[in-house]
Design a protein around this ligand. Structure first.
Ligand code: F6P
Length: 502
């Protein structure tokens, strides 16, 4: 197939573009739509690499309808791909978020398997692979992201065997007994195996994937390596853990601003002299354990174990609002919040401050600073960056963190109070403990967590992944088949490096 190639040595392929259309200002001065860089961690991590290598980012704008195509925003090269209204329903809301999402999160909600949705997933993945093949320079490095695009590595390799392909899965990879339910399990594993390096959040995710290679495809694995036979030889692919992180320094800088500290103080004042402020910050998603948290909190109010005038500030940002499971969850959460406030509130006092909104980073930092105890209690979560954001914001080393053991962050944040969110009594006891430990112990725990997050920030994550990708064996095994042209990622990684830890 002849493809018109362009000259980008570094190509990011992710389901979303790293920019948002500026609301209410659809047309900029030149008659073009206006875009603003979205503040996510992935953009922060990859922006320097993109700028240094003249890289390009391929993604979807989030709206159904015509594609924005190739454009520039804030000096970044971007390609916006189109999804039709049907594809939004079948690919995004359907296969990604009503099949893969619940399946990969340990079937907390029942996954739905529909052949139409799968066909749409294949078609959209092919569109992304074709776009990557068109944009990549000879020998380029292509980094594909997340569960929405698991077929892209193989599709791309079939189009462009000269490029070096990395894939990072941002969500958990489930145990084989669960993964095996997927009618297209073999195709998914084979799709991923088009990559040279597969990154996962936790070692357990990589182990689960390696097991799926053995069980679903019958391949041989050794340590973290899978051997994939190819005509006349084989390729060796590494599957390993690269726990993602945040721009810790950037967030701390925001938290230290006078305006943000003042805002944190205002938030506490607005809560009418609370005895204790608990904070939950989540996308409104059934994986986040919001109902379990509310249940434990409601019981604690009934028991009176947290003292008077305790407040739980619960930010639940809107997400995937057309997917049925999310609509049901919203109803359940709102009924429960209403019940708790009705039962334990007074005139001028509501024990739950529920905010179904999204906030800019400054307001988030102020919320993190205003809390005494942060509650991060997902039933399953690939990493949970909110836990890391809270820690990074607490420059005064105060505050405690209650953290579900079913998050990737639990592997790293040793100073947190770990909890099984299904165990409501255990959750209650842990919240009480986190709220009542002395300041010296709280400081010791927070200091350890802050050190970890500062030293393992998102820049280091990207550098580690790209360095390992640069060293990946790539091409063919000793039998000498096929092989790849040299990658722009030299052994030792592309010239981008994380800053040394402060
Ligand atoms: O954690 C997986 C993820 O896809 C994130 O990358 C993203 O921020 C979040 O889930 C919400 O995703 P979306 O709004 O694209 O469904």
């Amino acid at each position: 197939m002849s493809l018109q190639q362009s000259e980008h040595n570094f190509v990011v392929v992710a389901s979303r573009l790293p920019v948002d259309r500026v609301a209410g200002n659809e047309q900029g001065p030149g008659g073009e739509p206006e875009w603003r860089t979205s503040p996510g961690g992935l953009v922060t991590a990859l922006e320097p690499v993109m700028r240094e290598t003249g890289g390009i980012w391929i993604g979807w704008s989030g709206d159904a309808g015509p594609a924005p195509g190739a454009f520039e925003a804030d000096g970044l090269h971007l390609v916006g791909l189109a999804l039709s209204e049907t594809e939004v329903r079948q690919f995004y809301e359907g296969f990604c978020n009503a099949t893969l999402w619940p399946l990969y999160h340990d079937v907390i909600a029942p996954p739905q398997f529909h052949r139409r949705w799968w066909e749409s997933y294949v078609a959209v993945n092919r569109r992304f692979a074709l776009a990557a093949a068109e944009q990549a320079a000879s020998g380029a490095t292509v980094w594909v992201h997340d569960y929405q695009l698991q077929l892209v590595p193989r599709m791309l390799r079939e189009l462009r065997n000269d490029v070096r392909i990395g894939f990072f899965n941002h969500i958990p990879f489930p145990g084989y007994e669960i993964f095996a339910q997927l009618p297209w399990r073999r195709q998914v594993v084979e799709g991923l195996l088009g990559a040279d390096l597969l990154g996962f959040q936790r070692r357990a995710d990589a182990t689960n994937f390696l097991r799926a290679c053995r069980r679903a495809v019958g391949l041989t694995t050794r340590g973290s390596t899978v051997r994939v036979p190819e005509p006349g030889g084989y390729r060796e692919i590494q599957a390993a853990a690269f726990p993602i992180s945040i721009d810790a320094k950037g967030l701390e800088e925001i938290a230290r601003r006078d305006s943000v500290r003042k805002r944190a103080w205002q938030i506490r004042e607005a809560l009418e002299e609370p005895g204790l402020v608990l904070l939950g910050v989540d996308r409104l998603d059934y994986t986040k354990g919001i109902l379990h948290r509310l249940r434990a909190y409601g019981e604690l109010l009934g028991d009176g174990r947290l003292g008077p005038r305790v407040v739980l500030v619960q930010v639940a940002s809107p997400s995937r609002e057309r997917v049925e499971a999310y609509q049901l969850l919203r109803d359940e959460v709102e009924v429960m919040v209403g019940r708790i406030n009705g039962q334990y509130g007074e005139v001028g006092y509501s024990p739950v401050d529920y905010l179904h909104q999204s906030y800019p980073r400054e307001e988030m930092a102020a919320l993190y600073l205003s809390a005494d105890v942060m509650l991060v209690t997902p039933l399953r979560d690939g990493m949970n960056l909110v836990a890391k954001e809270y820690v990074a914001s607490r420059f005064d080393e105060s505050g405690t963190l209650v953290l579900s053991e079913f998050t990737g962050a639990a592997d790293e944040l040793a100073g947190a109070f770990l909890v099984n969110p299904h165990d409501i009594d255990g959750l209650k006891d842990t919240i009480v403990r986190a709220a009542t430990i002395g300041p010296a112990e709280a400081r010791r725990r927070m200091r350890a967590m802050r050190r970890r997050v500062r030293e393992h920030d998102v820049a280091r994550w990207a550098a580690d992944f790209l360095t390992t990708l640069g060293q990946a064996p790539g091409g063919s095994g000793p039998a000498g088949a096929g092989g790849q042209a040299s990658s722009v990622v030299p052994p030792g990684g592309i010239s981008y490096r994380a800053a040394p830890p402060a």
